[in-house]
Design a protein around this ligand. Structure first.
Ligand code: AGP
Length: 611
């Protein structure tokens, strides 16, 4: 996610902003910028790329101002360019805004602003806020605080906002709505940031804004208000952590933090894509009905974890749309002489957007005339340039090498896409689509329930720490979960693991089962439940220790389980979104038990840019 820093006081703002932005670098970003107020005007410098690029651009700039804001941007709307980097300004150039989150109604606001004569220069959702503030401040004129309170009532979505006005140089206004903002007022100064690490060099006493709060920060004081402008009491928290612990938000590792961020990741992947009636709006795939109706087959190409989300997507797309789907490892695809034409749709999935094999597969498909949809987490990545349309997963940056929250983001985006195709082609009744969407809205709360099992999972992982092989089995979408569970375990704990179709056991793999071999079985899918039961009984009869991922309240599973993780009920095709979580945690805790570092497994990279 992006990083925000703001400073007001008696020292030069610029070095403090840059230091704060450095402390937030770990969160990932693709451009950076600062705005500093001096002599009644603002100087703004923004650069795509690393913070060092911004520092080079600032070298010798001589900004002396003592009020400023800075931002490291992780692109969501518009690629990572100088012009899309924050801060964004209004037409007068006197108001500057930095923003984390997504303004969902930015298109309507942009159109209205342009109709009033405002000139917007970026492709971002954020810039509308600066121009809305321009109008609100100009009305009387009046304090930026009042203008901010007026403007946030017009915004939909999630926003951590920090704003300054060159002609009101004694204050910073910050807003928290579903995106963190933290304030500190040390030694006659005021500092605000989106993450505690940026405050720690200055103070350990911090004031995290509550959701839907606005702060007016001055040198040495802060006043809080709710969205109606009513005053609120600040809550001061003393931070004991050091910086590296603070970066991880109190979690031991990024992987664990990212696993626990999954309720939010799922919310973000759905945000703005469904209307109140449960109808899906995928503006990204704004093709004519003719094009959507013309598709005769779909091919999914991906690698690793993304391949597993593709495996689950194949079930969803075929079930909802009745369009046949082929699934290919991207590294194999172009060498098998595939049959494609201009009525084929290829879905390339890559969290990084840079995987060499997936890029090559997508380019190959385009050359054969197919349409390409990319599913990725990284705006501006290579796959977004090669695709005809892009579905972003909007999970925020994932630092751990093991894909966790991006996998869930992919599953959500792909399920939405499958339902969208069915909706637009009339393959599914509107009520059925809405019913599935209602189930998807329940997922974040259900994920919280699964995450609450972490202590039990940690205990179960102890028994895996000294085994040499683990078998993961499943059927239907459960097989994709089994394969993902096995990949997670092997990549971070270095324990050999196989993900297997449960029905294939008797054709060979069952020979591996002997006393004490752990078998993880994914058995939440109702239609294949009895068949999974039979497979679990087979391996238990041969001495396996069974770790079962089963529907909540399932007494029969309880009777057969060495360890049981009970999962809340959801629609069968959505079960991977919940079932994967215990397996992520199992892998994480097994790696920790073996004294390994889950964030940086040996021999692996976050982006695999070679074939
Ligand atoms: C996932 O935990 C792995 N690190 C790896 O399998 C990854 O999913 C694969 O390299 C594909 O990456 P992509 O999604 O960026 O294409």
């Amino acid at each position: 996610m992006c990083g925000i820093v703001g400073y007001v006081g008696s020292d030069k703002a610029l070095p403090i902003l840059i230091e704060g932005m450095r402390q937030l670098e770990y969160r990932g970003y693709d451009s950076a910028g600062v705005a500093v107020a001096e002599g009644g005007s603002l100087t703004v410098v923004r650069r795509a790329g690393e913070l060092t690029k911004l520092e080079q651009a600032l070298d010798g700039n001589g900004m002396e101002g003592t009020l400023g804001i800075g931002h490291t941007r992780w692109a969501t709307h518009g690629p990572p360019t100088d012009g899309n980097a924050h801060p964004h300004r209004d037409c007068t150039g006197n108001i500057a805004v930095v923003h984390n989150g997504i303004i969902e109604n930015h298109e309507a606001l942009r159109a209205a602003l342009q109709a009033e004569g405002h000139e917007l220069s970026s492709e971002t959702d954020t810039e509308v806020v600066a121009h809305l503030l321009e109008g609100a401040v100009a009305q009387r004129p009046r304090p930026l605080l009042d203008a901010v309170i007026e403007v946030i009532a017009m915004l939909e979505g999630a926003f951590g906002l920090v704003c300054i006005h060159a002609e009101q140089p004694d204050s910073i206004i910050a807003v928290r709505k579903d995106s963190p903002i933290i304030v500190g007022v040390p030694d006659g100064s005021g500092i605000v940031a989106s993450g505690i690490p940026a405050l720690l060099p200055h103070t350990r006493d911090v004031i995290p804004l509550d959701n839907r709060q606005v702060a007016e920060i001055k040198a040495g004081s802060v006043s809080l208000f709710d969205f109606d402008g009513e005053p609120a009491e600040p809550r001061v928290v003393h931070v004991e952590w050091d910086i590296s612990a603070a970066e991880k938000g109190g979690y031991e590792d990024f992987m664990l933090k990212e696993i626990f961020e999954q309720p939010e990741a799922v919310r973000n992947a759905m945000r703005g894509r469904v209307d109140l009636s449960g109808r899906i709006l995928l503006d990204e795939v704004s093709w004519d009905a003719d094009v959507l109706n013309d598709i005769t087959k779909i091919v999914v190409v991906a690698c690793g974890t993304s391949y597993h989300s593709g495996m689950a997507a194949k079930h969803a797309i075929e079930h909802y749309t009745r369009i046949p789907v082929e699934l290919d490892l991207a590294s194999e695809f172009r060498y098998r002489d595939p049959v494609l034409d201009d009525r084929s749709l290829v879905i390339g999935i890559a969290q990084s957007g840079e995987t060499a094999d997936t890029l090559a597969a997508v380019r190959f498909a385009k050359d054969m005339g197919a349409k390409v949809v990319a599913v990725t987490n990284v705006v501006g990545s290579s796959i977004t340039r090669d695709a005809d349309a892009v579905l972003f997963t909007h999970c925020g940056p994932e630092i751990g090498v093991a894909a966790t929250k991006t996998f869930l983001g992919q599953l959500v985006a792909l399920n939405l896409f499958a339902l969208y195709l069915a909706q637009e082609r009339g393959a599914m009744a509107e009520e059925k689509v809405a019913e599935t969407i209602a189930a998807m809205h329940e997922l974040p709360a259900q994920i919280e329930e699964v995450l609450a099992l972490h202590d039990d999972i940690q205990r179960a992982a102890k028994s895996l720490s000294d085994v040499s092989d683990v078998l993961f089995i499943g059927r239907g979408v459960g097989m994709a979960v089994a394969m993902e569970g096995a990949l997670k375990l092997k990549e971070i704990s270095y324990i050999h693991a196989e993900g297997y179709a449960a029905g294939e056991l008797k054709h060979g793999a069952i020979a591996l089962i002997e006393e004490g071999v752990p078998v993880v079985a994914v058995m939440t899918g109702p239609s294949l439940y009895e068949k999974m039961m039979a497979n679990v009984q087979e391996v238990r009869a041969r001495g396996a220790d069974t770790i079962l991922i089963a529907p909540r309240g399932d007494e029969r599973a309880k009777a057969l389980a060495t360890e049981l993780f009970e999962i809340p009920l959801t629609k069968p095709l959505l079960t991977p979104i919940l079932d994967t979580i215990p397996l992520q945690l199992l892998a994480y805790y097994a790696a920790k038990e073996r004294g390994l570092s889950p964030d940086k497994p040996r021999n692996l990279a976050k982006s695999v840019t070679v074939e």
